[in-house]
Write a protein that binds this ligand. Sequence first.
Ligand code: AMP
Length: 184
Amino acid sequence: MTKLIFLGPPGAGKGTQGKIVADRHRIPHISTGDILREAISNQTPLGIKAKTYMDKGDLVPDDLILELISERLQAEDAKDGWVLDGFPRNVSQADFLSNLLEKLDQKCNGVINLDVPDQVLMKRLLGRGRKDDNEETIANRLHVYREQTAPLIDYYQQHHLLKTVNGNRQLEEVSQELEAIFNA
Ligand code: AMP
């Protein structure tokens, strides 16, 4: 059963690679960023609250995210596996997830840390053209990543779940390595 977390800075390829793995294994690709962007475009109360944080490149407060992820992981289609992309983003979210999975009698099988140098990230993100992909917001998102999300690398290493993959390669090379890891 595939229950995977994709970790890595913005622009590392979590969305692209996460979707490929999810499609291959016929399990949902759960991206908190996608859920929030959808909420913004539908102008839901969640979207309205999240928008100011996202526009600045700051993390949305945990209380807006935790309930959402708890419901999403208990949905029928997530019973047999999932790929998490963009969650957890800090240690308190990771602790919440670990308690939730214990409660649901589920286990995460691995955390993929996609490693890409900063200069490459900046170039990729500027080329992507999303609303929060301007130079100032990107710089803040990379800063937020280093401060709040990167500590999860040690966190999951200590839980013996971490696998670091060089994400600074062609899309196919990265996805082939990921598949080899799952088939090993
Ligand atoms: P992403 O699509 O994962 O790059 O996320 C885009 C933006 O959504 C981030 O810059 C945050 O503002 C927000 N976001 C996504 N996931 C989370 C999360 N797990 N916790 C807090 N904020 C999040």
